[in-house]
Design a protein around this ligand. Structure first.
Ligand code: NDP
Length: 339
C-alpha cells in the first residue's frame, strides 16, 4: 500500500520534500491477538495547520505529539471499517478520527473515533464542517466569544476551514461580520457567496490598521484570531472596550523560530479586552449538540461549506504545505479512495 511519511523534523517553512510517498506491505486483517483493533480503508484525509507543529522535534511540552520520521503522517480522516475486533465498530461502518496518511490503517485502540451516523451529506464534510474545524468554529465563536446580536465581529483567515464558518455563524447570530483573506478570489467568495458584510485582502493593504478602521469605524467587539503577528497587533488598536478575542490559532507564527509582530499588548489593559486561547479537544462534549444544530442548517442551505479537494495520496504533501502560503481555497482535504 501507499503511505506518506515524514522524512525528518522540519525547521522553517515545510516543503513537499520533507515528506515522501513510499510503499509497504500490509495484511488486511486485524491480528487475532488484538482485543479492540480495527482495520480502516481511508477515504478522505484532512490537512490542518496544527500538523506543522507535529513536524517539530519537541524539546519542551506541546499540546500535539511529534510525528515520527519514517512513520506515516497522522491526521483526521474519514474511513470505512474493513475488519474489527472492537464491539463498537463493525465492518462497513463509516468513521472519522485520527488515522494514518496511508491507504489502509490498523488502529490498535480506536478511542478517538466517531461513528458517522448521517451519510446523507458529503462524507468529506467530516474533515471540515462536521468534524474538527466545524467544532472549532462553533466552540470558539459561541462558547469563548459569547457573541450578542448586533456586535461587530472580525475573523482572519476568513475563507479557510474554520474562518468561513465563523463568518456564517456570526451572520446567523445577527452580527456585523468582516473577514480578511489573502487573494481577490477569496475576498469575492466572502462577500458574494458567504454573506460577509465586508472583506479585505490583507496582502494588498498598506496599513492593516487603516483597513480595520475603514471596516470598523466604531471598533471591533469580537476578533476570532487565526493568524497572529501583524494582524493581531493592528486589531488590538481597533478593539472596543470589553471586547473579546478567542485565540484559535496564529498561523503566521508557525514557521518562525521566534514569534514576531505584536507590540500593542497594552491595549488588553487599557480596553479591558478578554483574550482567551482555546483548544477544540476541550470541547468534544459539545460535538453532539453542534451536529444536531448544524445538520439542518446544511440541509436547508443556510450554511455552505467550500472545500478544496486534492485527489490521491500522492498529492497530500503539496496540499498540506499549501496551507502555509494560502494555496487552499476553502477547507483543504485529500480524497484517497471513493467508498
Ligand atoms: P485554513 O483553512 O484557514 O488554512 C490556512 C490559511 O491561513 C491559508 O489558506 C492562508 O489563507 C492563511 N495563512 C497562511 N499563512 C498565513 C500568514 N503568514 N499570515 C496570515 N494568514 C496566513 O486553516 P484552518 O481554518 O484549518 O485553521 C485556521 C486557524 O485555526 C489556524 O491558525 C489553526 O492552527 C487554528 N486551529 C485551531 C484549533 C484549536 O483547537 N485552537 C483547531 C483548528 C484550527 P490566506 O490566503 O487568507 O492568507
Amino acid at each position: 500500500q501507499l503511505l506518506v511519511v515524514l522524512k525528518n523534523y522540519v525547521t522553517g517553512f515545510p516543503k513537499e520534500t520533507d515528506m515522501e510517498v513510499v510503499t509497504t506491505k500490509i495484511t488486511l486483517k486485524v491480528p487475532e491477538s488484538s482485543n479492540d483493533g480495527i482495520l480502516l480503508k481511508n477515504l478522505c484525509l484532512s490537512c490542518d495547520p496544527y500538523m506543522r507543529g507535529c513536524m517539530n522535534k519537541h524539546d519542551r511540552p506541546s499540546y500535539v505529539d511529534s510525528f515520527t520520521p519514517g512513520k506515516p503522517i497522522m491526521g483526521n480522516g474519514v474511513s470505512k471499517v474493513l475488519d474489527s475486533r472492537n464491539p463498537n465498530f463493525k465492518p462497513g461502518d463509516l468513521v472519522w478520527g485520527m488515522t494514518g496518511w496511508e491507504e489502509y490503517s490498523l488502529i490498535k485502540s480506536p478511542q478517538l473515533f466517531f461513528k458517522i451516523e448521517h451519510s446523507d451529506v458529503p462524507l468529506s464534510y467530516y474533515t471540515g464542517i462536521l468534524g474538527m474545524p466545524g467544532l472549532t468554529a462553533y466552540a470558539g465563536f459561541y462558547e469563548v466569544g459569547a457573541p450578542k446580536k448586533g456586535e461587530r465581529v472580525f475573523v482572519s483567515a476568513a475563507s479557510g476551514a474554520v474562518g468561513q464558518l465563523v463568518g456564517q455563524f456570526a451572520k446567523l447570530t445577527g452580527c456585523y461580520i468582516v473577514g480578511s483573506a489573502g487573494s481577490k478570489e477569496k475576498v469575492d467568495l466572502l462577500k458574494n457567496k458567504l454573506g460577509f458584510d465586508e472583506a479585505f485582502n490583507y496582502k494588498e493593504e498598506e496599513e492593516l490598521d487603516a483597513a480595520l478602521r475603514r471596516c470598523f469605524p466604531e471598533g471591533i467587539d469580537i476578533y476570532f484570531e487565526n493568524v497572529g503577528g501583524k494582524m493581531l497587533d493592528a486589531v488590538l488598536l481597533n478593539m472596543r472596550i470589553h471586547g473579546r478575542i478567542p485565540v484559535c490559532g496564529m498561523i503566521s507564527q508557525y514557521n518562525l523560530q521566534h514569534p514576531k509582530g505584536v507590540h500593542n499588548m497594552f491595549c488588553l489593559i487599557s480596553k479591558r479586552i478578554r483574550m482567551e486561547g482555546f483548544l477544540v479537544v476541550d470541547f468534544c462534549h459539545v460535538y453532539p449538540k453542534y451536529v444536531e444544530w448544524i445538520l439542518p442548517h446544511i440541509k436547508e442551505g443556510k450554511v455552505t461549506y467550500v472545500e478544496d479537494i486534492a485527489e490521491g495520496l500522492e498529492s497530500a504533501p503539496s496540499a498540506l504545505v499549501g496551507l502555509f502560503s494560502g494555496h487552499n481555497f476553502g477547507k483543504q482535504l485529500v480524497v484517497v479512495a471513493r467508498e
